[in-house]
Design a protein around this ligand. Sequence first.
Ligand code: PMP
Length: 316
Amino acid sequence: MNTTQDSRAQIKWVTQNHQLVAYQDAKISVMAPGLTFAALVFEGFRAYWNAEQEELLIFRLDDHLKRLQFSMALLELDDPPNSETLAQDILATLKANDFREDTYIRLQVYVDDWGSMTATGPVGSTVICRPRPRVATFETGQTFITSSWSRNLENASPPRIKASGNYLNSRLAGLEAKRQGAGGAVMLNGDGTISEGPGGCLFLMRDGVFLTPDVNSGILESITRQTILDMAAAMDIEMAERPIGRTELYLAEEAFYCGTGQEIGPVNAFDGRPVGNGEPGPVTRALQARFDEIVRGRSAAHEHWLTRVYAGADNG
Ligand code: PMP
């Protein structure tokens, strides 16, 4: 079963190699190292629709582009596209489709054409934007298992970069969760402490303090995770970044999973053991509410995290 909402019919234009093309005309070679050897890095962003302002707001565009620059550098791509060009590509793609709803943006940069495992060019890029409403589990929460698959090691396939190759590991854990009827999986790193889930980071509360694995626990340096740490500081919610043991999952009073796709998704149980009373907790709910205000342009102090798509644009 494919659980990703199929919104292809709503995509008119995508950008490939900095040119707008019809979705069905964007192509990569069947021998592209981006495909054959996973020489592909990417970013996923959300753009939020603010109905009163009739504006689409891209969340933390600059921070995502900065992370992509690091991912591209690690792949040693030839002459990687600069962040200004990629930002223009994203804005042009959103405007061309004239999206007026919550949208997901996938930006990918890869080695195209034909080549070996160590080919560093020619470099191709695509921007694909599609409507994507908030996931239902934002409200309901979901259950997690501890995966029998370990997280990729920093010294093998580093989780710190957003490379498609890392998602084989995520897929195996995700399939295991699905087989067991759970919504998500927690992966342990080489040290046996908690890393992250297949596509998001974890927070859990112990004795009133939210804990999250530190950035050397085998995680992607999640932009949502950092947003939550910043928000919490301003809300007087105590948080700490440190290695977390598996058994601490079972002591959690509240827990959530976070990332661009999930936003802040409550976790109701780990390995069949309820988190708190098995319902999304009050502090998790407060963080969700504050996050929603920020991403939808209702917090003046966070305007610098938002890029306005239509403001001042001729929409051409
Ligand atoms: N970890 C993994 C493995 C992910 O795929 C994601 C989603 N991008 C995250 C964490 C969360 O990162 P972000 O908040 O930047 O989307």
